[in-house]
Design a binder for this molecule. Structure first.
Ligand code: FPP
Length: 258
């Protein structure tokens, strides 16, 4: 059985949760932040997974009302100010992926400071996707690879590795489990490259009602799923299978007729 090392979560349903309670949507986001702290703790201390990547704000979320956007900015700042110390004490490596260019300067400073203070941490790799889009990340990875090498004929065609190595989380690896709360069954432009062989789990629970118990339950349930990575029986590594498939294809091609 392959271990679930990288979990990604689309924390959906905050707005509906608040509206059902006749409250402004921001209520749902405020409650959502406290859930984040609980999930991070369980991921780091109990499940001991390698990486947790949370979708906090997408490149598409800019169309939301300005007040809601400002509130999400504020909540990110508040989360870092409140949880920063705990993150450092718990040996968690903190990173924001996406773009922080449009955040207020004091928030940018807090992010950069926490990233620097935790860059050598060896526990959970905690990533917040903020102003993040999966397609944008891939395009930027390709551009980074090309810009770093001016003599194009030496690097073209690009390989999968060229792209992987230029993503935001080049040292984190593929997502093993994607959880989306809130009832919708979509990927919503999240980690498109890294989700290639992820197990997907959709729950109707809205994010503010999501609990550590449900998180652990999902983790346990998905851990028993057979992951074949393209093979006919359970395997433990996509890259190993890609390499094996390449060699097998060469053997079959050179071996003549089947
Ligand atoms: C989707 O719910 C959620 C978001 C766009 C933001 C997720 C943010 C949080 C959980 C809190 C912020 C956390 C930090 C640390 C910044 P939605 O608003 O789309 O809900 P809906 O589908 O019911 O409308």
């Amino acid at each position: 059985m392959s271990k679930i090392k990288h979990v990604a979560i689309i924390m959906d349903g905050n707005g509906r949760w608040a509206q059902e309670r006749k409250r402004p949507r921001i209520w749902g986001h405020i409650r959502g932040v406290s859930i984040v702290s609980d999930i991070v703790e369980v991921a780091n201390n109990e499940l001991k997974i390698d990486a947790l990547t949370l979708y906090a704000f997408s490149t598409e979320n800019w169309v939301r009302p300005v007040d809601e956007i400002k509130s999400l900015f504020f909540l990110l700042k508040k989360y870092i100010s409140k949880e920063g110390k705990k993150i450092i004490q718990n040996n968690i490596r903190f990173k924001v992926i996406g773009s922080i260019d449009r955040l207020p300067l004091d928030t940018v400073n807090l992010i950069v400071d926490l990233e620097n203070k935790t860059k050598s941490a060896t526990g959970l790799k905690l990533n917040f996707a903020f102003d993040y889009g999966g397609r944008k990340e891939i395009v930027e990875a390709v551009n980074r690879r090309l810009v770093n090498n001016s003599i194009l004929e030496k690097i073209l065609p690009l390989s999968e590795e060229d792209i992987t190595n230029n993503l935001f989380l080049s040292d984190v690896g593929d997502v093993d489990l994607l959880i989306r709360t809130g009832g919708d069954q979509r990927i919503s432009n999240f980690l498109l490259w890294q989700l290639a062989y992820a197990e997907l789990f959709f729950t109707h629970t809205k994010w503010p009602d999501f609990t550590t118990e449900e998180f652990k339950e999902i983790y346990k349930k998905v851990s028993t799923r057979e992951r074949r990575f393209g093979d006919v029986s359970a395997g433990d590594n996509l890259n190993k299978n890609i390499e094996k498939a390449r060699k097998d294809r060469e053997t079959i091609e050179w071996g003549g007729q089947l």
